[in-house]
Design a protein around this ligand. Structure first.
Ligand SMILES: [Zn+2]
Ligand SMILES: [Zn+2]
Length: 354
């Protein structure tokens, strides 16, 4: 034989409203999704209990159920099909959706809009990196202030040991019908503001909101080669979603300190290389610093001031892809401020020749 709604709540068919309420509260607490995270069976049981209570706590619906085994011609609750429950924060019930047909379509537009899943906001956190850390990669701790489920009540908003109860004003439907002659107008329930549940004893920590601001510290891997202004997106680490919506992302924005040695241009690093006039004229070898250590570079004869000489693959790691950029050595011809006697003689001879 199929399980009845009375079985679901574990009460006798003739149970009083008080007994039903008591049984409901006990079971709702036991199977509450916040207490059984990830437990599909508990979630199903919770839905069943909610649905059963919605019917049995309402004299009209209970009468109908006793007679027809269903309310409003709909299948008896508990089957679980098309039941749009929502366990983000504490928004149990959604019994309005379960029995959405009661007041006719469309009239619940306002409350329905509130219940649409809403994706959480993205959060931007800025990190400051040394030039070297940006080149070689590092791991940084990023503190982020987020709105999270209250630690005290687990997000229900109810004082620990208590649970939100079905709103007595609307019997959990979230809407109230007002009879006006032949028509029934429905509007969001003022008592529970459309939630279908009310908190009798609010949690002292969050004052019943079920949420609190909290600093979460994430450890973020910085890939080698990030630039000033690189955005690193960490999926689902932002603000929590509402009504079952997905969380937002955390976007880490990097600031990279300037280097005393290099000027960064994309993945290339430009480094000035002081070269004497004679070396630039005749050609020769100089040592050029790179992030992986100095490299000997050949300066071609006749190099002019400002000439860029490319040292392949010694620059910054490429973020998207493999390999590295280049180091560009910029020839800087040094003009001596002072010369000794010998140098002066040679320079004078050179001048006469040209
Ligand atoms: Zn709380
Ligand atoms: Zn209500």
């Amino acid at each position: 034989m199929a399980k009845t709604l009375y079985d679901t709540l574990g009460v006798a068919k003739g149970a009083s409203q008080d007994e039903i309420k008591k049984a409901y509260r006990k079971l709702a607490r036991q199977y509450h999704p916040d207490k059984n995270p990830g437990d599909k069976d508990a979630e199903d049981r919770f839905k069943e209990v909610q649905s059963a209570y919605d019917v049995l706590s309402d004299d009209e619906k209970r009468k109908q159920y006793d007679r027809f085994g269903a309310t409003n011609g709909r299948p008896a609750p508990g089957g679980g099909q098309n039941v749009n429950f929502d366990f983000s924060g504490f928004d149990v019930g959604d019994l309005g959706d379960l029995f959405g047909g009661i007041f006719g379509g469309g009239s619940r537009g306002g409350t329905r809009a509130q219940r649409q899943p809403v994706r959480g906001d993205d959060v931007i956190a800025e990190v400051h990196l040394s030039f070297e850390d940006a080149l070689h990669g590092s791991e940084v701790k990023v503190p982020v202030e987020l709105t999270v489920s209250c630690r005290e009540c687990g997000g229900t908003g109810a004082r620990p040991g208590t649970a939100p109860v079905i709103c007595p004003e609307c019997n959990g439907r979230g809407v109230k019908a007002e009879s006006q002659g032949l028509f029934a107008l429905s509007q969001p329930c003022p008592r529970c503001r459309g939630n279908g549940t009310v908190i009798e004893q609010p949690c002292p920590r969050c004052n019943g909101s079920g949420r609190e601001r909290r600093i979460k510290t994430y450890t973020v891997k910085i890939k080698p080669g990030v630039k000033d202004g690189t955005k690193i997106r960490l999926k689902a680490k932002g603000e929590a979603g509402e009504h079952g919506g997905p969380p937002g992302d955390l976007i880490v924005l990097t600031h990279v300190a300037a280097s005393d040695t290099y000027e960064r241009r994309g993945d290339d690093l430009i480094v000035p290389v002081p070269v004497s006039f004679s070396l630039a004229t005749l050609g020769g070898k100089v040592e050029v610093p790179t992030p992986d250590g100095p490299v000997t570079l050949k300066i071609p004869a006749g190099s002019e001031d400002g000439k860029l000489l490319r040292i392949k693959g010694r620059g910054a790691p490429r973020l998207n892809g493999s390999g590295k950029g280049d180091v560009l050595a910029r020839v800087r011809i040094q003009v001596p401020k002072r010369v000794n006697k010998k140098e002066r003689e040679l320079l004078e001879q050179l001048q006469e020749l040209s």
